[in-house]
Design a protein around this ligand. Structure first.
Ligand SMILES: *[C@@H]1O[C@H](CO)[C@@H](O)[C@H](O)[C@H]1NC(C)=O
Ligand SMILES: *[C@@H]1O[C@H](CO)[C@@H](O)[C@H](O)[C@H]1NC(C)=O
Length: 181
């Protein structure tokens, strides 16, 4: 009896181990690459950790970016990067490091916030929170001298007008002296 059981086991073992090898290989092969079609999360996660099945496509979770069929953690402001997708803040761009795009400033909590228009209360840090050509005048963002305050920012219209006026004046003067000659 013992011999028969042993023989049976010896015969079955390769079959059983073969079955498991095939099953494991099949599930691995069944995994989907990033960008590939999927129906459930495990189609993606079997191959790529921190991925998910979103819109029927394998993608990295929102706090990760894809790189060579892997999902890497997105980077905080000030961290070295190679592309915009690597930066975690939705309003950051990659310029050697992850930085806030020009329409935004890095606030005291290390998040990119929209720059503040003149006449509105400054953010934190005060001066860098204001739009271009503006500074924090005590508590409110204000345009630098020579810049015109608009609803959304500070433009150089006044300076341009002055420059244009002096050019026109110069032309008149040149014409006047030219006529005198
Ligand atoms: C996704 O997983 C399901 C359930 O295991 C499977 O039936 C299906 O074939 C898989 N899809 C792909 C594209 O691998
Ligand atoms: C903001 O900038 C202005 C002009 O550059 C400076 O006079 C002022 O002290 C600064 N304010 C703060 C809060 O840093």
């Amino acid at each position: 009896m013992a011999t028969l059981t042993t023989i049976t086991l010896l015969l079955l073992f390769p079959l059983v181990s073969f079955y498991f090898e095939v099953a494991v290989a099949a599930s691995a092969a069944g995994g989907v690459r990033l960008g590939g079609a999927c129906t459930i999360n495990t189609n993606c996660t079997v191959n790529v950790t921190n991925s998910e099945c979103k819109n029927k496509t394998c993608q990295c979770l929102s706090t990760f970016f894809s790189q060579s069929n892997t999902c890497q953690t997105k980077k905080a402001l000030g961290t070295a990067c190679k592309g915009n997708v690597e930066c975690s803040d939705a309003n950051a761009i990659c310029s050697n490091n992850c930085k806030c795009k020009t329409s935004h400033y890095k606030d005291s909590t290390n998040n990119c916030k929209p720059r503040i228009a003149p006449t509105n209360t400054c953010g934190n840090p005060k001066n860098t929170s204001c739009v271009a050509n503006a500074f924090c005048n005590a508590t409110k963002c204000a345009c630098y001298k020579g810049f015109e305050t608009t609803k959304t920012g500070c433009n150089a219209a006044v300076t341009m007008a002055i420059a244009e006026m002096s050019t026109i004046l110069m032309c008149f003067m040149l014409a006047y002296f030219g006529v005198l000659k």
